[in-house]
Design a protein around this ligand. Structure first.
Ligand SMILES: [Zn+2]
Length: 96
């Protein structure tokens, strides 16, 4: 278990003691967020998330972070009009 993960566990489970299932669940959260778990695993972890508030909170946090990152790196198509504008601008500049 790396330090990032241990710190996170300590922060999430301040008062409560994590269940064995929690450790398992949190370690697989990345896979779950990425949709890389098997159906069986997903069912198992989702059931746990329903019952366990700390794990649920953490899952949503991971999911949100991932979504934000994805939106950031997603390349938006450039409108053709904008490309024409830029080209025209360059042309004008080189002519001047
Ligand atoms: Zn849990």
């Amino acid at each position: 278990m790396n330090k990032y993960f241990t710190d996170l566990m300590n922060r999430i489970f301040k008062k409560e003691k994590p269940k064995a299932q929690c450790t398992e669940c949190l370690q697989s959260l990345q896979l779950l967020v990425d949709g890389e778990t098997t159906q069986e695993q997903e069912r198992y972890f989702r059931k746990h998330l329903d019952e366990c508030t700390p794990c649920y909170t953490f899952y949503n946090l991971e999911k949100t972070v991932k979504e934000v990152l994805q939106n950031k790196i997603q390349q938006k198509p450039i409108p053709p009009a904008l490309i024409e504008n830029i080209k025209a601008g360059i042309r004008n500049q080189t002519q001047a």
